[in-house]
Write a new protein. Structure first.
Length: 199
């Protein structure tokens, strides 16, 4: 672990000061308009608090979930939808079954990851009307590896790129029956290559 006192990335940061709006606020894909105030940068919290599930599988919500609460599962992986729908055709999370983060993912699982991401993308595109499927990974909230797969509706060019997740929060939630139909198509497409569909 690095010594936070000498962390060069913290030196000179404008903690507690006003910051200008980002250049991205002028992009056509930026979802907000009007006057905005950037939050002030808070001082670092060191040492960082533990993430959910940092203690191991016993304290991990994902490890405790039954398979039938997922869209699709197999021996090593599980694919989940959001608990509450957002405004996008599909927002999914891919988890290894074992309690691993990216850095300690066993080599066998790591070798499966690329082909599996391709497989999920193809399954998502089976629902139709999808322009792109974006893959993202953040790991600040939970220690159990989870990769986001987020579908952009075809033709909605304003939703391109890194703000897609934010657009998902801003748009009206997908109709429940459409979300359910999409999950069924995705689950069935995944199960064609092995594993079990749960919707």
């Amino acid at each position: 672990m690095s010594d936070h006192v000498e962390n060069p990335y913290l030196a000179g940061l404008p903690f507690g000061q006003d910051l200008p709006a980002p250049e991205a606020a002028s992009w056509d894909t930026f979802p907000l308009t009007g006057e905005m105030t950037v939050k002030r940068l808070e001082p670092p919290v060191l040492p960082e608090p533990p993430r959910h599930g940092e203690d191991g599988p016993e304290s991990c919500n994902q490890c405790q979930r039954p398979d039938d609460s997922f869209v699709w599962t197999d021996e090593h992986w599980r694919l989940s939808a959001l608990k509450e729908p957002d405004g996008l055709p599909a927002t999914l999370l891919l988890f290894p079954r074992g309690h691993h983060d990216l850095a300690d993912l066993p080599p066998e699982r790591a070798a499966e990851l690329g082909p599996l991401l391709q497989r999920v993308e193809r399954a998502v595109k089976e629902i139709g009307g999808i322009g792109r499927v974006h893959v993202n990974r953040w790991g600040d909230g939970a220690a159990h590896l989870h990769l986001w797969l987020v579908a952009r509706p075809e033709g909605l060019m304003q939703l391109r790129g890194s703000f897609l997740g934010l657009w998902g929060d801003l748009l009206p939630p997908l109709r429940a029956e459409l979300g359910e139909a999409n999950r069924k198509v995705i689950a069935a497409a995944m199960a064609e290559g092995g594993g079990t569909a749960h919707v």
